[in-house]
Write a protein that binds this ligand. Structure first.
Ligand SMILES: C[S@@+](CC[C@H](N)C(=O)[O-])C[C@H]1O[C@@H](n2cnc3c(N)ncnc32)[C@H](O)[C@@H]1O
Length: 227
């Protein structure tokens, strides 16, 4: 039988690479490792990539395995989900992985300008009723937040099963002046065949939700812009 949520929440408190500020401290302006992730957490100056809404952290861990010369932080509000990535990265001895539990609405509290090089948004909730984009973490409003802590020109990747996320992001980004650097409506029938082998390998990392949608026969979409 799988381990329960409580068990996972408890084990998260023992991991030195898991950070879970409580809500009150966030409201009070907690900044945790803001501006100090490199020296305090990773002990090096390697570029930092965030996976926002990371779930079990498949991209965080998958990218970290392939790129020991970079650091990766998975961010999600559900600690029992990213427990999986925290446990796997500990078991594999990966020293370039961390997890942060927060709502993405507050993520800019925890990173200083220029501290993050790249962002991945993997199978984010489409939020179909969110016409203004105040909840959809792929919207241009959220991109403005990410821009506040990204290096200029840092890449933002979206991988999604949702035609709505794909269409709204593409349209919203273009209107807001974010260039569409790459786009594909079908990652596995199209994109993986026309990118370099290293990036094709990255695109082939499958998340928990992605696996479910693939089994239902859905197409996987991809978009890239820059901060
Ligand atoms: C559909 S799941 C995708 C998880 C994972 N990326 C995957 O592909 O398997 C969306 C994830 O985003 C998280 N999430 C949704 N809205 C969030 C928010 N505002 N702040 C933090 N996490 C959020 C949820 O807890 C969930 O783990």
């Amino acid at each position: 039988m799988g381990k329960g949520k409580l068990w996972k929440w408890n084990e998260n408190t023992e991991f030195s690479h898991v950070f879970e500020p409580d809500l009150q401290s966030i409201v009070d302006g907690a900044t945790l490792n803001k501006g100090m992730w490199s020296e305090k957490v990773f002990g090096n100056q390697h570029p930092i990539t965030l996976e926002l809404g990371c779930g079990k952290g498949e991209y965080t861990v998958g990218l970290a395995r392939r790129h020991p010369e970079r650091n990766f932080i998975g961010v999600d509000i559900k600690g029992h989900r990213f427990w999986r990535g925290a446990k796997t990265s500990e078991q594999e001895g990966l020293t370039n992985v961390a997890f942060l539990r927060t709502r993405i609405e507050f993520v800019q509290n925890f990173f200083a300008p220029g501290e993050v090089s790249e962002v991945w948004l993997t199978f984010s909730d489409p939020q179909p009723k969110d016409e203004k984009g105040t909840k959809r973490i792929t919207s241009e409003l959220f991109l403005e937040r990410y821009r506040s802590f990204m290096v200029p020109g840092g890449l933002i990747h979206v991988k999604s099963d949702s035609p709505l996320v794909y269409a709204l992001s593409k349209e919203g980004w273009e209107k807001a002046g974010y260039p569409i650097l790459e786009h594909s409506e079908d990652v596995y029938a199209d994109l993986v065949h026309r990118v370099d082998p290293e990036f094709a390998e990255v695109l082939n990392i499958r998340t928990y939700y992605e696996q479910r949608w693939l089994e239902e026969g859905r197409k996987i979409h991809y978009l890239r812009t820059q901060a």
